[in-house]
Design a protein around this ligand. Structure first.
Ligand code: NAP
Length: 245
């Protein structure tokens, strides 16, 4: 029997690909997303014996706690937590409202904190755990018109590193994947709005000459969630097609 995993943002893009990959290798997976219907649908496709979906806004601690309680009831203690839920925005710095700044931090950073903190007691009890946060290469390079997003993802990288040191003696690894340009619904929407360059332009300036896929991220994430990755913690695994950051 595989591990028990929770993947946030699992109705779409990278979170969905990660949930599918973990289920494919034998883990039981809870797909958590703001889009509860999408999460339920994806879970149903994987099969009720190995997957469940839950509608959760990760910025709402009560909702996170309730969802994880139902995962424990259904599958048992949580052994793997992958936080992919997040959203982007493109605003000139002077146009960023206090509300928009606070919502960005509430979902991307505090949402990560809620999900990880709610799952860690199970891992401490088991003396085994795998935590992978999905951050962003933009937090390593900076990105114009994304100060709020970049700050939130920088916080995710820093949180990951701090937790790695604190949890390592307990058999729990904590790593982050800062994706480069990955072709998901989020990236397509940004491209369509003109907030990101065209896919062709991104591919042309990426060393491997293509945009990334959600499966590129899922493969790296599954490795970090494996037994074999037990000596890797506190790392940012850059899945970005060779961008030098
Ligand atoms: P995606 O296709 O939009 O998937 C993100 C999922 O997260 C969506 O299903 C979204 O639901 C959900 N979500 C948003 N806010 C949430 C909340 N408050 N609570 C629970 N779920 C929430 O995007 P993606 O490209 O796979 O992105 C996955 C992660 O990678 C994000 O954290 C993103 O910032 C990061 N990232 C993406 C790229 C890229 O190039 N795509 C690059 C670097 C980093 P709704 O659709 O209902 O809002």
């Amino acid at each position: 029997m595989g591990r028990v995993a929770v993947v946030t943002g699992a109705a779409s893009g990278m979170g969905l690909a990660i949930a599918q990959r973990l289920a494919g290798r034998g883990d039981r997976v809870a797909l958590v997303d703001l889009d509860g219907e999408g999460a339920e649908r994806a879970a149903a496709e994987l099969g009720a014996d190995v997957a469940m979906g839950a509608a959760v806004d990760v910025s709402d601690r009560g909702a996170v706690d309730a969802a994880l309680a139902s995962v424990r009831e259904r599958f048992g203690p949580i052994e793997i937590m992958v936080t992919s839920a997040g959203f982007d925005r493109f605003d000139a710095f002077t146009d960023i409202t206090v509300e928009s700044w606070e919502r960005m931090l509430a979902v991307n950073l505090t949402g990560t904190f809620h999900c990880v903190q709610a799952a860690v007691p199970d891992m401490l009890a088991a003396k085994w755990g795998r935590i992978v946060t999905i951050s962003s290469s933009s937090a390593q390079s900076g990105a114009a018109r994304m100060a709020h997003y970049v700050a939130s993802k920088g916080g995710v990288i820093a949180l990951t590193k701090a937790l790695a040191l604190e949890l390592a003696p307990n058999g729990i690894t904590v790593n982050t994947i800062p994706p480069g340009f990955i072709l998901t619904p989020m990236a397509r929407r940004a491209e369509e709005r003109g907030d990101l360059p065209s896919l062709e332009a991104v591919a042309a300036r990426t060393p491997v000459r293509r945009a990334g896929t959600a499966d590129d991220i899922a493969a790296a994430c599954a490795f970090l969630c494996s037994d074999e990755a037990g000596y890797i913690t506190g790392q940012a695994l850059n899945v970005n097609g060779g961008w030098y950051l």
